[in-house]
Design a protein around this ligand. Structure first.
Ligand SMILES: [Zn+2]
Length: 316
């Protein structure tokens, strides 16, 4: 393959995915495209009533991949371009967050029938899809790899506390290094919600998208290829067994979604101040400036009334 062609491989192969609109609450079209590809590869799948898609056999112990089907962009991508360097964008936002994750899962699954995957709905509106997954279904999951992080080299092992065990981190460490990834703190996402119920190791990987939640969002496809290779190498080399973790005492999910209001009162510890800032930026896309202000008051100043008001808003 010519060089430019190779860099654009994932653009050409997944044109249907890049082109489809997938605003939160409107994920049926992208789900149909994913289902068609799973079917073509003979991968079994099911859906639940809210629209999450489960690929593989959850009755067997297996690692589980995670990505979300929805995006913040209200309009379908228009004016899509992909240059010779494999930089992909659209005038209205390409939706790389988290179409990159979708593409990665679709690349990884066919060669690995012993790996499961969850394609969630409504991550962008508070990980509502992930919150609706019955925890029993994930009981046999050995570890999770989520692919839903901006940039090219973050390997998230901490969201309000460690989400991967020492044993798991040791098992992936050489592979991580080979692909140029660094350990990082992460923020609110599907895996944060899932780990409130299921206490096994998880990581979240940079997926090669940049400036998510803006019309200027773009994807560096060669970086997405690198992420896919890293995830594949982890799946192919890490010993297949469960890697339990200690339950975290709080999470963005249980503070933000009102499941642990009392615990949220001493949130955040000073170490997480920077991550909280990112969370607030994130909230700004999802909710109004007023809610963000209330969250800030609540969490920085420990004002219970502000917190309750913010949660009421969010739950509306
Ligand atoms: Zn995302």
């Amino acid at each position: 393959m010519r060089k430019g062609t190779r860099k654009k491989r994932l653009y050409n192969k997944y044109m249907d995915i890049w082109q489809v609109g997938n605003a939160s609450g409107h994920t049926a079209p992208i789900r149909a495209l994913i289902e068609r590809r799973l079917k073509a590869h003979g991968i079994p799948y099911t859906t639940d009533t809210i629209g999450n898609l489960y690929a593989g056999d959850f009755t067997k112990p297996a690692p589980c991949l995670v990505a979300h089907m929805d995006s913040v962009h209200k309009e379908p991508p228009r004016g899509i371009t992909c240059n010779k360097k494999g930089i992909l964008r659209a005038r209205t936002g390409i939706g790389g967050d988290d179409k990159c994750g979708i593409v990665a899962l679709l690349e990884l699954l066919p060669a690995r029938p012993d790996v499961n995957a969850i394609f969630t709905v409504d991550e962008e509106t508070g990980a509502q899809g992930a919150g609706a997954i019955p925890p029993e279904l994930l009981e046999r999951t050995q570890y999770f790899i989520e692919i839903d992080r901006r940039g090219n080299s973050d390997l998230i092992i901490d969201i309000c506390g460690l989400i991967a065990s020492d044993e798991f981190i040791t098992a992936i460490d050489k592979t991580r290094e080979r692909y140029g990834f660094e350990y990082e703190y992460g923020m609110f996402t599907d895996i944060d919600v899932i780990l409130d119920e299921v206490h096994t190791s998880a990581i979240n990987l940079s997926a090669g998208y940049y400036e998510p939640h803006t019309a200027g969002e773009y994807v560096k496809l060669p970086e997405l290829e690198n992420t896919i290779d890293l995830a594949g190498a982890i799946l192919d080399t890490v010993e297949r067994k469960k890697y339990p973790i200690e339950p975290r005492s709080y999470s963005y999910a249980n503070t933000w979604r009102g499941q642990g209001r009392d615990r949220a009162l001493d949130f955040p510890p000073t170490d997480y101040a920077e991550e909280l800032e990112l969370l607030q930026q994130e909230a700004l896309y999802k909710y109004s400036a007023e809610v963000v202000e209330l969250i800030t008051e609540a969490y920085y100043l420990g004002q219970e009334s502000a917190q309750v008001r913010a949660l009421d808003y969010i739950e509306e």
